[in-house]
Design a protein around this ligand. Structure first.
Ligand code: KIV
Length: 279
């Protein structure tokens, strides 16, 4: 049975941490499920970590549906959240609901995530009324990269912090079931977490949120040159993968691989002689 919205709320109510991780394909989502994570986020971060783009802005609805479908098809237990990509919910409420519906109907997500606060309350209320669970996202909003200039910590100043806090309350009132808090000071994340009845899930938001999310490529160390303060690398996969591919290359070049150990045998001598006669 899949984890549900009430199960996630129960984790907060019981003081248990919520574990979320991103995944975009079959193997990583299967690994996440086997490791026992609560939520898989099919994030629009796929623009950066799968497609190699500079930011998330070019990700399309069709790409989000494609990856969400793969993740939901290859897992049974984790709750699946799909990101609403840039310009899929900003144009009109009708378009936003239609696109959210596609992620649920075609991608088989259980919820959608929307970046932004008070400005999207109307859209979020209508989605919730249409029985589409919505996860909020406050603090650093990667889809606003051209407005904010760089991926930097938000809410360090009083006014900014106040705005994020008010948005968090407004999102809860609008009916979101959880909120991602990205790159904000831990004191602000704690205040929001203490004040809200719904769970908060942090990334670069300190230890006092109800849960944590990391991009799977970041925590596996798949990019040695990307080491922001908020990421803990549990593996050095880039190094390990390059070393393994180098060993393979060297063994093929030197004739060490493949050996007969990795080869198939003919069934009997007659086959071999027949083969040698024909050739
Ligand atoms: O797209 C994403 O992966 C995200 C997480 C960083 C929260 O939104």
């Amino acid at each position: 049975m899949r984890i549900t919205v009430p199960d996630i709320q129960l984790l907060k109510n019981n003081g248990q941490k919520i574990v979320m991780i991103t995944a975009y394909d079959s193997f990583f989502s299967m690994y996440a499920e086997k490791a026992g994570v609560d939520i898989i986020l099919v994030g629009d971060s796929l623009g950066m970590v799968v497609q190699g783009e500079e930011n998330t802005l070019s990700v399309t609805m069709d790409e989000m549906i494609y990856h969400t479908k793969i993740v939901s098809k290859n897992t049974k237990k984790p709750f699946i959240v799909a990101d609403m990509p840039f310009m899929s919910y900003q144009i009109s409420t009708e378009k936003a609901i239609e696109n959210a519906g596609r992620l649920i109907k075609e991608g088989k997500a259980q919820a959608v995530k929307i970046e932004g606060g008070i400005e999207f309350i109307d859209v979020i209320e209508k989605m919730v009324r249409a029985s589409i669970p919505v996860m909020g996202h406050l603090g650093l909003l990667p889809q606003s990269i051209h407005k904010i200039g760089s991926f930097k910590v938000q809410g360090k100043e009083y006014n900014e912090a106040e705005e994020i806090f008010k948005s968090a309350k407004a999102l809860q009132n609008a009916g979101v079931f959880a909120i991602v808090l990205e790159a904000i000071p831990y004191e602000l994340a704690k205040k929001i977490t203490d004040e809200l009845t719904i769970p908060t899930i942090g990334i670069g938001a300190g230890p006092y949120t109800d849960g944590q999310v990391l991009v799977i490529q970041d925590m596996l160390g798949m990019n040695e040159s990307f080491s922001p303060k908020f990421v803990k690398k549990y593996l050095s996969l880039e190094k390990m993968a390059i070393e393994a591919i180098e060993s393979y290359k060297n063994e093929v070049k030197s004739g060490m691989f493949p050996t007969l150990e990795h080869s198939f045998r003919s069934k009997n001598r007659e086959t071999i002689s027949l083969y040698s006669v024909k050739n």
